[in-house]
Design a protein around this ligand. Sequence first.
Ligand SMILES: [Zn+2]
Length: 91
Amino acid sequence: MASITIDGYKTECNCAHCGRPLKLGVVTAERGTIGADCMVKLVAKNKARFSGNGKPSAEGVKQLAIIATKGIDYASRMYGYSARHFVFEAA
Ligand SMILES: [Zn+2]
């Protein structure tokens, strides 16, 4: 199964998926820099991981991108996140 990994964020860029201008782009290892809304569309539903419709929220994806930019040590110390928190299954 293909995955999408959040590596960080970039400001003032264009989405590699739809071309839309972005204030904040989510940098991914596999899909380039994409908008949070496109990221949500590209990930598989996972009801065990996400409540509601089984998708992360665009806001949640943006927050993860900001945290990822600060590094895994920061993510671990501040949020208890490990690398897998930044990896999503592609739809
Ligand atoms: Zn897009």
